[in-house]
Design a protein around this ligand. Structure first.
Ligand code: PRP
Length: 186
């Protein structure tokens, strides 16, 4: 698997350090017990699973976790095919009134996924919606999306590792990397 890597953009130590910083910010700002409403995390599967596993263990507060499964890049697609919510794998109550939601995703690229998820969640009348992503691409569509927490800005290249995939592979790479052109063309 390592021979498929072109470049390591963000290594595991940088990721750990930054995730810990963002967790401290979230703890201070969102876990304040004087604010009404329970914190509910909404991880967007599949790509966020490693990020969210690391993040929540650094948030020492009561929270509920409700999963959403959305996909836009099936198989070997490297540009969005339009986000689709997988309702069978999505674990959301119809009524989220009073909840303070924190959506957690691995990357904002076209921004379509996050827009769709926010629209879907607004229908359930939460008290508030905040967003937390690991990566944001440096492209206008991604930069136009409001994010409350963002760990890293990355160049507009196709990246994998730490949960992100190409054709469902490479999610288990501990660093965030680009792949060699031959691998993506194959
Ligand atoms: C990826 C990623 C984000 C979304 C971002 O999911 O996990 O959810 O795309 O892209 P966008 O900003 O262009 O909408 P993907 O469709 O690859 O599904 P996966 O998480 O199951 O791999």
């Amino acid at each position: 698997m390592d021979r498929d890597i072109d470049e390591i953009l963000i290594d595991r130590h940088q990721i750990a350090e930054r995730v810990a910083e963002v967790a401290r910010d979230i703890t201070q700002q969102m876990a304040d017990r004087s604010i009404e409403g329970e914190l509910t995390l909404i991880p967007i599967l599949t790509g966020s699973f490693i990020f969210v596993a690391d993040l929540i263990r650094l948030l020492p507060v009561y929270m509920q976790i409700r999963l959403m499964s959305v996909s836009s890049y099936p198989g070997k697609a490297t540009s969005t095919q339009g986000p689709k919510i997988h309702h069978r794998l999505t674990d959301l109550p119809d009524d989220l009134s009073g909840a303070r939601l924190l959506i957690v995703d691995d990357i904002v690229d076209s921004g379509l996924t996050l827009r769709l998820v926010v629209e879907e969640l607004k229908k359930r009348k939460p008290a508030s919606i905040h967003t937390c992503v690991l990566l944001r691409k440096q492209r206008p569509e991604a930069e136009a999306i409001h994010l409350d927490y963002c760990c890293f800005e990355v160049p507009d290249k196709f990246v994998v590792g730490y949960g992100l995939d190409y054709n469902d592979r490479y999610r288990n790479l501990p660093d965030i990397v680009t792949l060699r052109d031959e691998v993506i063309r194959a």
